[in-house]
Design a protein around this ligand. Structure first.
Ligand SMILES: C[S@@+](CC[C@H](N)C(=O)[O-])C[C@H]1O[C@@H](n2cnc3c(N)ncnc32)[C@H](O)[C@@H]1O
Length: 208
């Protein structure tokens, strides 16, 4: 599938109807989501025919992008049941197969490398300090091939150091820096658009 077609299909997805600030429910827009998954497949071969998990899947954008690119199996993990309902509707509308499971990533009972690739736009940790790094720590325990994740550019040195030293990463590479533009979702957002710089990372787990 071409990048433009992927972006356009992702643009049809329903997003959070009632976003919960305590869970940092910001959707990944179609521009970033399409490039993230397209790069994962076309530069690294990490999606097509692979088992892909979408951590904190929200309304399913990243997992469904993986399904559109021919992932063998997609599982979306999310703590919020309302978001999971929307994710299922999105999958049905695109006639895609994906499993959406309600769970807290912090209590995920999976052991060992049970999926090939994890994709995620974790909570940035503005509500629960360290949430982004907690997600990354779990992702690097259960992916055998690669973890793709978005993190604020301001945290770049910390993310790299911690992933390599403490989280079982063999490599940690920033693939590109992106402008994460959000529509005004919450009352405390003063501007119409909230604009922050984020890094798209690719981590390779060490073999266990
Ligand atoms: C920044 S949003 C990204 C949503 C979606 N992946 C996307 O790209 O549009 C982070 C998501 O993580 C979910 N989340 C937050 N804490 C979680 C936890 N402990 N376990 C599972 N999901 C969690 C939130 O509900 C939210 O949907």
């Amino acid at each position: 599938m071409k990048l433009k077609q992927l972006e356009s299909l992702l643009g049809t997805l329903q997003q959070f109807s009632n976003p919960k600030i305590e869970l940092e429910q910001y959707p990944t827009g179609p521009h970033i989501a399409s490039r993230m998954l397209y790069t994962a497949e076309n530069s690294f071969g990490d999606v097509t025919d692979k088992v892909v998990a979408d951590f904190g899947c929200g309304c399913g954008t990243l997992g469904l992008a993986a399904a559109l690119l021919g992932a063998e199996h997609v599982v979306g993990l999310e703590i919020d049941s309302q978001s999971l309902e929307i994710a299922s509707i999105n999958a049905d509308n695109l006639e895609l197969d994906a499993n959406f499971v309600q769970c807290d990533i912090m209590n995920l009972g999976w052991r060992g490398p049970v999926v090939d690739t994890v994709v995620m736009n974790p909570p940035f940790g503005t509500r629960k300090k360290g949430a982004d790094m907690d997600f990354l720590s779990v992702a690097l325990k259960i992916a055998s091939q690669a973890v793709y994740s978005l993190h604020k550019t301001t945290t770049r040195d910390h993310v790299k150091r911690t992933a390599l030293r403490d989280y079982n990463a063999k490599s940690a590479e920033v693939l590109c820096k992106l402008r994460y533009d959000l529509p005004q979702l919450y009352k405390f957002h003063k501007k119409k658009e909230v604009d922050i710089a984020v890094d798209l990372w690719r981590f390779v787990p060490r073999e266990i």
